[in-house]
Design a protein around this ligand. Structure first.
Ligand code: FES
Length: 168
């Protein structure tokens, strides 16, 4: 615990030093924190806010405004749903609601069991295929609510070793 605290404290100090403590460099500092931790842990955000003498609410406002920031650890899988205008008109809003409700996940968050991170995004440039859901980099086009749910329900709960997979 002490070791972790010290390490994380040092990390915050190191990040602040990189930018000479300039509050105008808050976003790069938060990007560095996310790079180091994989997400923006609440304790570290609080510590960064204290050290920069900023309200922590300002850091959360930045974190929730930019979709590249994540407030929870990354899940085993990455699920991206396009909610751009065309996809939305073709049902992406209902798909998003179904994902959040069935898997108890917030947009930008990770399911409680860590199965996947869910990120709604604006147009991914494949409007002709709307609505589009991307799972671990694989595009699923023209998905319905049922089809999207089926894809997510059958996600493997453990990482599949690609070498093992190739041998089977
Ligand atoms: S709006 Fe979804 S791909 Fe363009």
């Amino acid at each position: 615990m002490t070791e972790k605290t010290t390490t994380r404290d040092e990390l915050i100090e190191d990040i602040i030093d990189r930018y000479d403590g300039e509050t105008g460099m808050l976003i790069p500092m938060m990007q560095d924190l996310q790079t180091e931790c994989g997400y923006l842990p609440a304790d570290e955000l609080r510590r960064l806010a204290e050290r920069l003498d900023l309200p922590v609410s300002r850091l959360y406002a930045v974190a929730t405004f930019y979709s590249s920031f994540r407030l929870a650890p990354k899940g085993l899988h990455e699920v991206t749903l396009c909610i751009g205008t065309v996809c939305y008109l073709k049902g992406a809003g209902r798909i998003s609601e179904a994902i959040c409700s069935e898997f108890q996940v917030e947009p930008g968050g990770t399911t409680p069991d860590g199965l996947f991170s869910y990120l709604p995004v604006n147009c991914v440039g494949a409007c002709a295929l709307a609505p589009v859901m991307i799972v671990d980099g694989e595009y699923h086009d023209g998905v319905s609510v049922d089809a999207a749910m089926e894809i997510l329900r059958t996600l493997p709960a453990e990482e599949i070793d690609s070498e093992q997979e190739a041998q089977t």
